[in-house]
Design a protein around this ligand. Structure first.
Ligand SMILES: O=C(CO)COP(=O)(O)O
Length: 253
């Protein structure tokens, strides 16, 4: 549960889902459902695939639903075929960007150093990075979850201001319907908060720590009630407006 000074954030990571007509319909439903009661207590962010960023940003103007990207390149421009810079994302109207998602770490070989470079690029372009960390099943079973996440966090988060969000997403909980116990999430989030406070001092109290991995309307209440869980990074359930809004509702109830 956010402690009162941190406004909860419910972020939808659409991954590689979304063609413009049905996607615009879903975004419209999310905007419509973001009623005054939700607006008073929770921030909403939708992260569509890059080709939809500009359209989504235009559609969302005035709605207070924020739009974010799923990745960015570390360089502002250059000969990097197929890549999208943080500046381009900001230019498209987005305000946040996910970096270091475990799917990119696994499929694109992104190291902590690469992720830190992307977080710095986000800062340069005045985007808020959502820096993702999380252990594999094997690492958790070996009792190494805290150590692995602590190392990722330390090496992926850049020095400087506390202008970032962190998402703890256990790899084994993503898209599987499995979630850690409430105690395991509480322990991990307390551990991350402690690590950030040791490094950044009191400013780290303001950093929002999201949980991600099989968040659904049915389990959102329990997960969001955990101390130091300041919101959720939602995959599959964010593709259905009613489910995404129900998860947001759980953040304010
Ligand atoms: O990877 C995720 C969000 O970034 C989580 O995905 P699911 O909610 O589909 O498990």
């Amino acid at each position: 549960m956010a402690d009162g000074t941190r406004r909860p954030l419910i972020a939808g990571n659409w991954k590689m889902h979304g063609l413009k007509v049905p996607a615009a319909r879903t975004l419209g439903e999310i905007i419509e459902g973001y009623d005054p009661a939700l607006r008073a207590g929770v921030d909403l962010l939708v992260c569509p695939p890059a080709p939809l960023l500009h359209m989504f940003s235009v559609v969302a103007v005035g709605s207070r639903v924020a739009i974010g990207a799923q990745d960015c390149h570390a360089e502002p421009l250059g000969a990097f075929t197929g890549e999208v810079s943080a500046e381009m994302i900001a230019d498209a109207g987005a305000t946040m960007v996910i970096v270091g998602h475990s799917e990119r770490r696994a499929y694109c070989g992104e190291s902590d150093g690469v992720v830190r470079g992307k977080a710095l690029a986000a800062r340069r372009a005045r985007l808020t990075p959502i820096i993702c960390v999380g252990e594999t099943r094997q690492e958790r079973d070996a009792g190494q979850a805290l150590e692995v996440v602590g190392t990722q966090l330390f090496a992926s988060v850049p020095d400087g201001p506390c202008d970032f969000v962190v998402a703890y997403e256990p790899v084994w909980a993503i898209g599987t319907g499995l979630t850690p116990t409430a105690q395991d999430v509480a322990d991990m989030h307390a551990f991350m908060r402690d690590g950030l406070c040791k490094r950044f001092g009191a400013a780290a109290d303001g950093v929002r720590l999201l949980y991600g991995g099989s968040v659904k309307p049915a389990n959102a209440g329990e997960l969001l009630a955990i101390a130091d869980v300041d919101g959720a990074l939602v995959g599959g359930a964010s593709l259905v407006a009613a489910d995404f809004l129900a998860i947001a509702g759980a953040a304010v109830s």
